[in-house]
Write a protein that binds this ligand. Structure first.
Ligand code: PRX
Length: 636
């Protein structure tokens, strides 16, 4: 990388290799974004070409109207022509003594087709929703693609989510079938996933459960309802004709946490998502057919969907998925994996980078990382120190860091500089992807000049992969994304600024979302879980800065009766574990007498947060109960 001032530029070598080598593409795309996306869409295989590229009926919009396609034909069938025997997927299990598994494009194609036939036999039809509650094993990829093959809509639920979290997602989607596993390995332990699934499907419409035998742990089995994944596949044919999907038919639903504890199902559709997934992967990670791409995110998150499944396949690349934790059983497990498979493109989150850094650089001395070409970061702002460590110790100052900004809602990356174009600047995500118009606005909707912080917005025609609706909840869709600045401007809920070169820096969320180790939670859903406790009068949860995880939640709880405080704290924590899962556990639960409130009764969470950030608390005189702050201060 070439350093000029505080900017880094790609070397000649990087530029030469890259799909996109010059800035010109930005101008072309900026002038006629719809035409630009159409040009990209033409590289996808369609059964029928679209009649109109973009239709805007605020707050709704459509892309490639009238187009017919199936994403799996673009991911699999298309690759049989040239890449039939090439490895598509590498799976690294957590136990080091267990062998990895690989699937060529043909093998993956066969498995997906068999699974698609099996789903059909079990009564799954086009448009039906299928719940998937699986860990990072190849069967999760096979299941998602099998759904897409027959036009069923997959709704993947993160395997570390609790049975309650699974239940509500199954209830909202009304899934009649769930694909899960007996268990999986995490830090040397077997997690009994089937037990959680059993609990989660109670009071839902799930009638059939497909179980992958992964950990071979003891599980309960209900004859007639439960089916073994591999038994189903064995008897099925290797060919399943793909459903011809309308561009705007649903491809998948993926939930993000909501304010009230009710999650929001982000709806992604077939045509636009395919185009965006393919080209963001190709240009941002510079995916070539001889690359080995490893995105560390779990499939339960959007990063897993787009960059650990669809995008690498759409680009005919080899990609890797890993079952375990990157620092287990030794802190260098992730580095071993990079070396073992010659990973060329590595995509992770700042939390992981900070964790690797904390282990100290000594354990990395034996790794040269000379296969790596591009590094990626996602999910939360990367601070300058972590950026520099990643750039120097992992990328050896050779590899650009694509700091990619996007959301579950956007389906694919929308902001980051391109590896062959640049520039890259520590702690800045970079330039919007060609064809994407973003801006920074003040509260009134005025565009802000460089270096002024405001709200990040996305302007029409948005991007083909942006969510189309919140599943079965049009009010939520309108209120969350299309109310702040009217129905024609997408409000991201992120604060950001752009520098004089147009590079964007993400400051953080302006709503109640907190990013804990890159995982998206809302303080509202934690509060809803705590409020389930009968002794709780009220509570407030805030995210406070954490050296490794970026942010962690802490809870302030007012009790009706002050009995057995320690026990109550434990019960509150177990409530959160049961309602959401272990990722949401608060760092501390403070039992307090009162919460700071405005005179109209609004809890001032901002003040609670500032007790930890050491920012000035501001004017407390407007509070109804300023004394509450001093009392809480003593407890924290
Ligand atoms: O606040 C932004 C942050 O993550 C949010 C979206 O979270 P989620 O839907 O879980 O998707 C994460 C993975 C795509 C955003 O609103 N975020 C995401 N990427 C970045 C980021 N913050 C700073 N820098 C990023 N690169």
């Amino acid at each position: 990388m070439i350093k000029k001032g505080n900017l880094y530029w790609p070397s000649k070598g990087l530029q030469k290799r890259a799909w996109v080598k010059s800035k010109k593409i930005y101008q072309e795309a900026q002038k006629r974004p719809i035409k630009f996306w159409e040009k990209l869409a033409r590289e996808i295989f369609w059964h029928k070409k679209w009649k109109k590229a973009f239709l805007h009926q605020p707050p709704y919009f459509k892309w490639f109207i009238g187009g017919k396609l199936n994403i799996t034909e673009n991911c699999l069938d298309k690759n049989l022509e040239h890449n039939k025997n090439k490895v598509a997927l590498i799976w690294e299990p957590e136990p080091t003594e267990e062998s990895s598994r690989t699937f060529t494009y043909y093998e993956l194609y066969s498995q997906v087709n068999r699974m698609a036939n099996a789903l059909k036999k079990l009564g799954v039809k086009k448009g039906d929703r299928v719940g998937i509650y699986l860990p990072m094993i190849p069967e999760v990829i096979i299941s998602m693609l099998a759904c897409a093959r027959i036009g069923a809509v997959h709704a993947v639920v993160f395997s570390a989510f609790s049975p309650q979290a699974l239940k509500i997602r199954l209830q909202i989607t009304k899934a009649k079938i769930l694909i899960t596993a007996d268990g999986y390995f995490r830090r040397g332990k077997v997690i009994n996933l089937k037990e959680n699934a059993e609990e989660g499907i109670k009071d839902t419409q799930v009638k059939k459960v497909i179980v992958v035998e992964r950990a071979h742990n003891q599980i309960t089995w209900k004859k007639g309802r439960d089916f073994k994944f591999h038994d189903l596949l064995e008897t099925e044919r290797r060919l399943c004709p793909s459903a011809i999907m309308d561009s705007e038919d649903l491809l998948f639903i993926l939930f993000t946490s909501g304010t009230t504890g009710i999650p929001k199902g982000c709806v992604h559709t077939c045509g636009g998502y395919t185009v965006q997934a393919k080209f963001t992967g190709r240009w941002i990670f510079d995916l070539k057919e001889d690359d080995v791409f490893w995105s560390m995110a779990d499939i339960g998150w959007i990063t897993g969907h787009t960059y650990s499944c669809y995008s690498p396949l759409l680009n005919g690349t080899t990609f890797l998925i890993f079952e375990g934790a990157p620092d287990w059983p030794t802190p260098d497990r992730w580095a071993q994996i990079i070396e073992k498979y010659g990973v060329t493109t590595f995509y992770t989150a700042p939390t992981a980078i900070r964790m690797f850094e904390k282990y100290g650089a000594e354990f990395l001395t034996k790794y040269k990382f000379n296969t790596l070409q591009i590094l990626g970061s996602v999910g939360e702002p990367i601070d300058e120190a972590a950026w520099r460590w990643y750039f120097t110790k992992v990328g050896k100052k050779r590899c650009p860091i694509v700091d990619t900004w996007w959301q579950t809602e956007t389906g694919g990356i929308l902001i980051t500089s391109l590896p062959g174009v640049g520039p890259f600047k520590p702690a800045f995500t970079g330039l919007p992807f060609p064809g994407v118009k973003v801006d920074i606005w003040d509260e009134k909707g005025k565009s802000l000049p460089p270096n002024k912080e405001g709200n990040l917005v996305i302007l029409p025609p948005f991007a083909p992969g942006l969510l189309r609706e919140v599943y079965k909840n049009p009010q939520k869709y309108l209120k969350t994304y299309w109310s702040q600045y009217g129905k024609k401007v997408y409000f991201t809920s992120d604060a950001a600024l752009k520098d004089e070169n147009g590079l964007i820096r993400i400051v953080g969320r302006v709503d109640d979302v907190i990013k804990v180790a890159g995982h998206r939670l809302t303080t509202g859903e934690l509060e809803a879980a705590i409020n389930l406790h009968e002794d709780v009068t009220e509570c407030a949860v805030v995210g406070i800065p954490d050296e490794i995880k970026g942010e962690v939640p802490v809870a302030f709880v007012v009790l009706k009766k002050k009995r057995h405080p320690q026990k109550i704290k434990e019960v509150i924590i177990s409530k959160i574990r049961a309602e959401i899962g272990p990722i949401a556990l608060p760092k501390e639960v403070y039992l307090v007498e009162d919460l700071p409130k405005t005179r109209s009764g609004k809890i001032m969470r901002r003040i609670l947060r500032r007790l930890f950030t050491k920012e000035p608390l501001g004017d407390l005189s407007t509070l109804a109960n300023p004394e509450s702050v001093d009392i809480i201060k003593m407890k924290t």
